[in-house]
Design a binder for this molecule. Structure first.
Ligand SMILES: [Zn+2]
Length: 242
């Protein structure tokens, strides 16, 4: 699941909140839908894809509006998530504790996930394809996220088959993996004439980790550490020794 910064200092978040307060329903204002698409960079909050497996993108209520006590949050921007139809249908009227929106309810009070916790959450929920961390908590969260949304299910016989989603994510992973391998090779036989090539390759990796890119949470989780290691080596090699 993506961490989306719905900071009320941002014009678009404040504006959407105002539109929602005037709208008849959460669904009735096209501008609200357009704004949510922008806030989520056109990617599903849950599977991180921008393609539409189902017919269209929907607005998911993290705290389901079908449950009486959550009905009051049906038009609350903190509770609305841009979601592909497939993920929204799979999640249904459940409120999975394994997922981590940035705003969460503590009783009837909205609370913002604390900054230090944000990194952990991103780290945990990034276990979408692979799991490198063996800590129990992260494995549980990762596995639950995969299982709730059938993210790795490629069984063509079942309705929630997600072959296309798995293929898309693998494609992105393979690409980033190749980029990092090329950078590693260039650093092993470092020559300052390779700087411009290394810079281009690094910018391509960073672009895959940018929130505007599909699956960026997954890419950060899988390759963030490796990128940091290569960056450190590169900076060291580039800096002339005194
Ligand atoms: Zn989705």
């Amino acid at each position: 699941m993506r961490y989306i910064d719905k900071d009320f200092d941002q014009d678009i978040v404040r504006g959407t909140d105002l539109l929602l307060s005037k709208a008849k329903s959460y669904n009735s204002d096209q501008q609200v839908r357009d704004n949510l698409r922008i806030i989520y960079s056109g990617c599903c909050a849950y599977c991180e894809s921008s393609f539409e497996e189902g017919a269209y993108f929907q607005i998911d209520h993290f705290y389901p509006k079908s449950i009486k006590k959550y009905r009051r949050y049906a038009k609350d921007i903190r509770n609305l998530h841009y979601s592909c139809q497939r993920c929204n249908n799979i999640k249904g009227a459940k409120c999975h504790k394994v997922l981590s929106p940035n705003w969460y309810l503590n009783g009837t009070q909205w609370e913002l996930t604390r900054k230090e916790k944000i990194n952990n959450e991103i780290y945990y929920v990034g276990h979408l394809l692979y799991s490198r961390n063996s800590s129990e908590d992260s494995l549980n969260r990762g596995e639950n996220t995969i299982s709730v949304f059938n993210l790795n299910n490629t069984n063509a016989a079942i309705r929630s088959n997600r072959s296309y989603l798995v293929e898309s994510r693998l494609k992105v992973c393979n690409n980033v993996h190749l980029l990092l391998k090329s950078i590693t090779d260039l650093l092993i036989n470092y020559n300052k004439s390779s700087n411009s090539v290394i810079d281009i390759l690094l910018s391509q990796v960073m672009s895959a980790m940018h929130p505007n890119s599909c699956y960026s949470t997954m890419v950060i989780q899988n390759y963030g550490d490796m990128l940091m290691k290569l960056l450190k080596t590169y900076i060291k090699l580039r800096t002339p020794s005194v």
